[in-house]
Design a protein around this ligand. Structure first.
Ligand code: HPA
Length: 271
C-alpha cells in the first residue's frame, strides 16, 4: 500500500501545486452542499487519480475538492465509497490514508442514517459519540504498517470529545435540534427489517447507516481526531415502520443539510 499511496499523493501534489490541507472532510449521501461554502481552488475527479476507487453511485459525484473554508485549508471528498459497492475495506479507506499523507490534522465525516431512537426524529441531526461496527471486516485486517499506526489501536474515544462539545454549543446558539448518540454500521445496501431495527436499538444503537465506521477506524489508526455527524433521514421505529425509499432519504437529507452545514462550518472556524 505504501507504494500506491506514494504514487497517489505525488499525483495530487503535482495537480494542486502542493496544496497542503489541514482538514479532511467526507460528505455523505445527499450532503454535498458544504462544498458551496468552500472557496474551491482545485478539484480532481476520482477517476483521474491513480489508485483511487471510483464511486459507482450516480448521486455521488466522485470529486476531491481543495480549497478554503472559514480560512482553513480543506480537502473534501464529494462522494464517498461504500462496502456494498463491492470495494474492499482497504479500498474504501484509501482516500483517508491519502488525506493524512497530504497533511490533514483532523477529519470531519457526515452521513445519512436511519434513527433507532424514538426521541430522534426524521430531519434531526445526531453527532456521533461512539459506534458499533457490524460490518463484517475491519479495514485494518491484514498486514499492519507500523509507520501508519499500531497493530491494536485504542478505540476508547474514537470521536473527539472537545469537538463534540463545541458543536453542541454551536447547535444550541443556532437553535438547531442536535442529539448525540451511537451509530451502528451495517453493510447494506438493503435497508433493515423491523426485527433488525429492533435488534439494533436493543444493542445500543441510536442510528444506523452503511458508512463512516471504516473511515473512522482508519483515522483513529493514524491518530487523526474525528468529528462525525448524521442527518437522520428516516425512522426505524418498529411499531410504525414505513417503507423507505432512496428518494425519501435524499429529500430529507436535502432539507436538513443546511443545519448540518452551519454546524460543520462554524465548528471548523473555531479550530
Ligand atoms: N438504514 C441503513 N442505512 C441508512 C438508513 C437506514 O434506515 N437511512 C439512511 N441510511
Amino acid at each position: 500500500m505504501f507504494q500506491a499511496l506514494h504514487e497517489t499523493v505525488e499525483y495530487i501534489k503535482r495537480k494542486t501545486d502542493n496544496f497542503e490541507p489541514e482538514i479532511g472532510i467526507v460528505l455523505g449521501t445527499g450532503l454535498g452542499g458544504l462544498v458551496s461554502e468552500i472557496e474551491v481552488e482545485y478539484n480532481l475527479m476520482y477517476s483521474n487519480i491513480p489508485n483511487f476507487p471510483i464511486s459507482t453511485l450516480e448521486f455521488h459525484s466522485g470529486k476531491l475538492i481543495f480549497g478554503t473554508l472559514k480560512g482553513k485549508k480543506v480537502i473534501a471528498m464529494q462522494g464517498r465509497l461504500h462496502y456494498y459497492e463491492g470495494y474492499s475495506m482497504q479500498q474504501i479507506t484509501f482516500p483517508i490514508r491519502a488525506m493524512k499523507a497530504l497533511g490533514i490534522k483532523r477529519l470531519f465525516v457526515s452521513n445519512a442514517a436511519g434513527s433507532l431512537n424514538s426521541d430522534f426524529k426524521k430531519g434531526d441531526l445526531m453527532i456521533i459519540n461512539d459506534h458499533i461496527n457490524l460490518q463484517p471486516e475491519s479495514p485494518l485486517r491484514g498486514h499492519n504498517d507500523a509507520d501508519m499506526g499500531p497493530r491494536f489501536p485504542d478505540m476508547s474515544e474514537p470521536y473527539n470529545r472537545k469537538m463534540i462539545a463545541t458543536a453542541l454549543e454551536i447547535a444550541k446558539t443556532e437553535k438547531i435540534t442536535c442529539h448525540q448518540g451511537v451509530y451502528v454500521s451495517v453493510t447494506g445496501p438493503n435497508l433493515e427489517t423491523k426485527a433488525e431495527y429492533k435488534y439494533l436499538s436493543i444493542i445500543g444503537g441510536d442510528a444506523v447507516g452503511m458508512s463512516t465506521v471504516p473511515e473512522v477506524i482508519v483515522a483513529n489508526h493514524m491518530a487523526v481526531p474525528v468529528f462525525a455527524i448524521s442527518v437522520l433521514t428516516d425512522e426505524g421505529f418498529t411499531d410504525v415502520l414505513k417503507p423507505v425509499s432512496l428518494e425519501d432519504i435524499l429529500e430529507t437529507a436535502k432539507i436538513a443539510e443546511p443545519k448540518m452545514t452551519k454546524i460543520l462550518s462554524q465548528l471548523i472556524s473555531t479550530l
